[in-house]
Every structure is written in structure tokens, then in C-alpha cells.
Ligand binder design. Sequence first.
Ligand code: OGA
Ligand code: FE
Length: 308
Amino acid sequence: MTTAAPQYATAAHNLSQSARAEAEYANVAQPSTFIPRGDTIVTLNYFRPPEDGSAPYNYVEKQADGHQRNFGDFDIQLPIRDIRGRENEFSLDKDAFQVASGLPESAEKDFVDDASIKEKYYPEVEKLILDNVEGSNRVFIFDHTIRRSNPNAPRAPVTRVHIDQTKKSATARVHHHLPDEAEKLLQGRYRLINVWRPLNGPVQGSPLAFASSSSLKDEDLIPIEHRYPDRTGETAGIRYNEGQKWHYLSGMRNDERLFLECFDSEATKPGTKVLGGRVPHTAFQDPRTPKNAVGRESIEVRALVFGP
Ligand code: OGA
Ligand code: FE
């Protein structure tokens, strides 16, 4: 394990003797196409509040003085369960994540040109949402992020447990993108949902972990100021709590989509069947992934979803 990345080393260090032997076996003896599957233990990186009790913030753009954020983080070893084969047990209303599979190939082939992605891929995502998100009758897609694992990629997988938006920032998004209709739209149900897919699946390295919304307490959600050069958004860090139940979908394929719900206005209503409507998520390094595995490439599309 001497050449392993620090995360691998930490993860392996805390595993039992036999699990460690297995992990090393996977690294050495499996062919490079090996895809880790099944329940396991991984290291996830969680939020640590600022020492001085001040409100947490981070800057989106790289800062010249290197001061990027005022909060810390810590690694923790956690069990994670593979939902492959029982994807249908999970739903947006209960878990704030949901899987769709068997999607046809996209009209977008390259995923390099933003205009082309908007023209070809966005309409497919809009239809997918209308077909799969119960009650939805209108979708407004506001952006997307492409992630590639190579060191020069503008955006890489995120190895930090987070939720992209809070009630405050989701509501601000509606005002920002649909100013004329916002007041009316905000009286009905509004959700903010990311639609995630790999571009070079099946995913071997840096898979995505997500914790069921039903296992997350409101008090463990910590708003973080998300400072752009011209405005401030809000994301959420997660306080660790051993009740949080983590999952992943092993070897996620190009014909599969993962809905990651960040906010659902329905979750705040008394007597609701919606259990929180927000899913903590993060990329992780699976200690069983071979060292020469293919780096993950993915796209997530972010949408405001309206409907009763
Ligand atoms: C997301 C997200 C991280 C990743 O889709 O919201 O945080 O590594 N993705 O793909
Ligand atoms: Fe995210």
C-alpha cells in the first residue's frame, strides 16, 4: 500500500485485517476493468464548523491569497450499501434520490460544447424529469457541470459531503431565472433536482455516494455562504451523525440516471409524506478500485421542477 493515495491508506488502515487483505488483492490481482460491487466501508469527508463559531462561507473562484473557506473537514469511515438490483426501493419523496435506467443513447455525443449540450441534452433531461418525477408539470433547467478526473479538468469529482442548495438558495433561483412568474410559482410545489449520469460508464473510479434524506436530521444541515464574485448563494454542509445511511449504485452505466433532489417545498408542510427532500452526496474513492482504473467523467444537470 506504499504507493496508495492518502485516502486509500487511511481507509485501509482502519479496515479489519481480512478486509485489508481483500482490498490489497483487488488493487493488485484484479484486471483493470474490475468494478467494485456490494456493501463495503469507505472514507467520506465531512464538514467541520469554523473554530470561532462564525458563519461558514466559501469562495467559488480561486482566491489569490489562498483563503478559500473558513471551515474545515474531517474523514470518517462509514458503511455504504450497494443499491444495484434494488434501485426501486428508493424514491424522491422518501430518500430524495431515485434511479432511472434503460435510457436510449443521447442525441448529444461529445459533451464538450455547452451550446450543443443545451440544444440536444437538456430537452432529454426535461422529458426524463416530467416522466419520472411524480406531479411535475414544468421544468426549468438552469445549468450543468461536466466533471472529468484528469488533473487539468476544470471540474473534478467532489469529495466533500454536501447538498447543493438550501431553501433560501432554491427560492432565490426561482426569482433569478423566472422573475415574472416567481411569486405565483412559489405558491405551488417547487423542487430543485440534479440529474446525474456518467459519460464514460460503467463507473470504475470516483463513484457517487448518497445518504437517504429520511436518515438526515434537519439540525445536521449547516448552511454555507457560497460566494460568487457577483452574488452569494447558499449550499449546505452536513454535520456527521451515525444515523445517516449511505448508498451507492455500483458500476453506474451510461443508460442510467440518478436524480439528486436538493430541495422540495413540500417537505416543509405539516403532515407531508416527503421525508426531507434533500440528499447529502459526495464522490468517494473505493479502496477496491484498481489503481489503473479509468477516471470517471460525468454530467449533472440542475433543474427547477414545478408541479402539484
Ligand atoms: C452533484 C455533485 C459531484 C460529483 O451532482 O451535485 O455534487 O463528483 N456531483 O459528481
Ligand atoms: Fe452536489
